[in-house]
Design a binder for this molecule. Structure first.
Ligand code: AMP
Ligand code: MN
Ligand code: MN
Ligand code: MN
Length: 277
């Protein structure tokens, strides 16, 4: 069976490795078909594609777009996008805008909480100056010993109600799905189990997404627990969504499950790649 991983990050967003190094890491982990899906960025795609082909992997051009829906941040993955599509490129540019100002404010708030210099510290981890992420702050806070893991930093400092949290308004659902479709891609709701929606709100998100032309959800992802693999396989069947699978890899040892330990999609769902490979 083909091993498919359609959700990974490089240092073009908040991953720790170059697109080429992620490709090699995926290949070494047994991946046969791979997508790079950097946050709000497609500027790693060409290098990733070249590297994947050199390693004998099938390649899918992807992106993970940050949106705000019902006052929550939600991530929409686009797969098989044309990375040169001007509407997509311009939309992503607009979405990235504001990350630096948010980062400075995160730095100010952390300083008030007794951790000075975090903005400058986070910048040391940034591979793309347009994509300063909370992940970069988390790596810096681990470096200085403020926390023992990135998950711990998010829990203590970077999520709502915590001292370093700065609210931000991203793109809309309709914009993200529109840009992806305009670029010839398939829109996928990333890690649906990670949002704090009740059943009603989640159903409303799925309905609206479907109405806008979204066709898939992630079922098996490094961001889901094994229980959630089953929950979202069932949701995919109920809503008629295709199912995607991806590690959400950022750096070795940083995720919930190790890169090559993610199970295959459960039976009874249609893989989003069913007619690609
Ligand atoms: P940003 O887009 O800058 O708000 O950062 C979001 C990124 O932070 C996500 O893509 C994850 O990589 C990471 N992240 C979010 N929540 C957590 C968490 N609870 N633990 C670890 N990483 C997280
Ligand atoms: Mn991330
Ligand atoms: Mn995500
Ligand atoms: Mn991701």
């Amino acid at each position: 069976m083909l091993k498919v991983d359609l959700h990974c990050h490089s240092n073009v967003s908040d991953g720790a490795m170059t697109p080429e190094a992620v490709a090699a890491y995926a290949r070494a982990g047994g991946v046969d078909a791979w997508a790079l899906t950097d946050h709000d960025e497609v500027r790693g795609i060409k290098a990733a594609r070249r590297a994947a082909r050199g390693l004998g992997m099938r390649f899918v051009a992807g992106v993970e777009i940050s949106i705000t829906w019902a006052n929550e941040t939600v991530h929409i993955v686009g797969l098989q996008v044309d990375e040169d599509d001007p509407i997509l490129v311009r939309g992503l540019e607009r979405t990235r805008h504001g990350r630096d100002a948010r980062g400075r404010e995160i730095g100010d708030r952390l300083a008030e909480a007794g951790i000075p210099g975090a903005y400058e510290g986070a910048l040391k981890y940034v591979g793309n100056p347009d994509l300063l992420s909370r992940t970069h702050f988390a790596r810096y806070l681990c470096e200085i010993g403020a926390c023992s893991s990135t998950a711990d930093v998010f829990r203590k400092y970077l999520t709502e109600g915590r001292p370093g949290y700065v609210p931000h308004r991203w793109a809309t659902l309709s914009e993200a799905v529109g840009w992806i479709r305009c670029a010839g891609g398939i829109a996928v709701i990333a890690h649906p189990g990670r949002y704090r929606f009740d059943r009603t709100a989640e159903g409303a998100l799925f309905d609206e997404f479907k109405q806008l032309g979204g066709t898939a959800i992630e079922v098996v992802t490094g961001s889901h627990s094994p229980d959630q693999y089953a929950t979202y396989a069932e949701a995919a069947r109920r809503y008629g969504f295709l199912a995607s699978r991806g590690s959400d890899f950022h750096a070795p040892g940083e995720g919930r499950v190790e890169f090559d330990k993610l199970p295959p999609l459960p039976a009874g769902v249609t893989p989003v790649w069913h007619d690609w490979f």
